[in-house]
Design a protein. Structure first.
Length: 375
């Protein structure tokens, strides 16, 4: 078996392999839904080929930049991971994962975000991360949320092509988000990557102030042309004022004929969380989407340093046992497993632990991985 970097001319074959495993006749091709993986050009993805040159396994890898306040984290997203039934049970997935880790490290990435949480990943130190809260907005509760939003007199309309520059300005203003260019945004809206996995389609609402400026936008995943969706409708991504976004959530059930709507907010979206709680929406806690692999902890600290400002960074080294040794200001050492270090860096629930005290840094917020940039 030959495991190697995919060549551009082979990506169409990879899309067909992914389609055979993940898609049916009601869904678009993976090649259309995930252009960052399957479009011609320089590929970061890896494949496994037989001696005859037949592709039997694929692991998609695409670079991205996460904006966290003034910091820019260079990451890779991993997804569309698939293996033909005849080639399973041979350790191919683990070997491809090792190749992708090495590739991400050589490319200067700090993290890999993986759209999966099966044992292939968790046994290789790919960890759940972050903290989210998933709310359910029943249609009957929409008027209550609309009242609690206090957004005032805003005009609501569906996104039109001429609205894209204004909506992109709102996307750019988010303090925690994937970087999206003005051409990325319409491409991602059209791809319907995450929504399409559940046979849902994108619909985008924009709230406008009386002066004609946009106050917020929300991208929704709602029923489209498929006979039966695989998931209840949900809000996928948003930007702008929290109050205006809440108003758009409240508008969606009536506008799109929904009985309920899922809304997942990250722990750092405090104003939005407060509004949703004050409206009395039921919720449950969870983590961010998929799992996270820490490619290079020292590099992450360097790339995240602008977010932490003047806070001194701890000294960090990797032991022969695969543990991270942390020291700060000459204090006693703390040894952390990769999983423990990920929790200290990204999980606000770990903020009171002794290890966090030694780390001495605020938790890093990350955008939700199951948004427009989903891989």
């Amino acid at each position: 078996m030959n495991l190697r970097l995919m060549q551009p001319r082979e990506l169409a074959e990879a899309a067909k392999l992914a389609d055979s495993i993940f898609r049916d006749g009601e869904q678009s091709s993976m090649g259309e839904a995930f252009p960052d993986l399957f479009s011609p050009g320089i590929s970061h993805s890896y494949g496994a080929f037989t001696e005859e040159g037949r592709l039997v396994a694929f692991m998609g890898l695409a670079p991205a930049v996460l904006r966290v306040g003034p910091a820019r984290l260079r990451i890779f997203s991993m997804g569309a991971v698939c293996t033909l039934a005849e080639a399973r049970g041979q350790g191919i997935g683990s070997r491809l994962l090792d190749l992708c880790k090495t590739h991400a490290d050589a490319a200067g990435a700090a993290l890999i975000l993986i759209s999966g949480d099966r044992s292939l990943y968790t046994r290789a130190h790919c960890c759940p991360f972050g903290r989210t809260e998933r709310f359910t907005l029943e249609a009957s509760a929409a008027p209550r949320l609309k009242h609690r939003s206090g957004a005032g007199a805003l005009h609501i309309s569906e996104l039109q092509p001429a609205d894209l520059p204004a909506v992109h300005r709102l996307a750019e203003a988010r303090s925690v988000a994937y970087e999206q260019s003005i051409t990325d945004l319409p491409r991602l809206l059209a791809a319907e990557a995450y929504a399409g996995c559940f046979k849902l389609a994108h619909r985008t609402l924009v709230a406008w102030s009386s002066d004609g400026s946009p106050a917020a936008y929300v991208v929704f995943a709602v029923p489209g042309t498929a006979a039966a969706a695989r998931k209840e409708p949900f809000a996928l991504e948003w930007g702008g004022e929290p109050e205006a976004a809440a108003l758009l959530f409240a508008e969606a059930p009536e506008r799109f004929g929904l009985s309920s709507l899922g809304i997942t907010a990250a722990w750092h979206e405090e104003a939005l969380l407060r509004l949703l709680h004050e409206a009395g929406l039921p919720s449950e806690s969870g983590t961010n989407g998929g799992t996270l692999y820490l490619v290079n902890a020292g590099r992450l600290l360097e790339q995240a340093a602008p977010y932490w400002g003047e806070a001194p960074l701890p000294s960090l080294s990797l032991t022969d046992d695969g543990l991270y040794r942390l020291t700060r200001d000459g204090e006693a050492e703390v040894l952390l497993s990769p999983d423990e270090l990920v929790r200290q860096l990204f999980d606000p629930g770990a903020a009171g632990s002794e290890a966090y005290g030694t780390l001495g840094l605020p938790v890093l917020p990350l955008p939700h991985a199951n948004g427009l940039n989903y891989i």
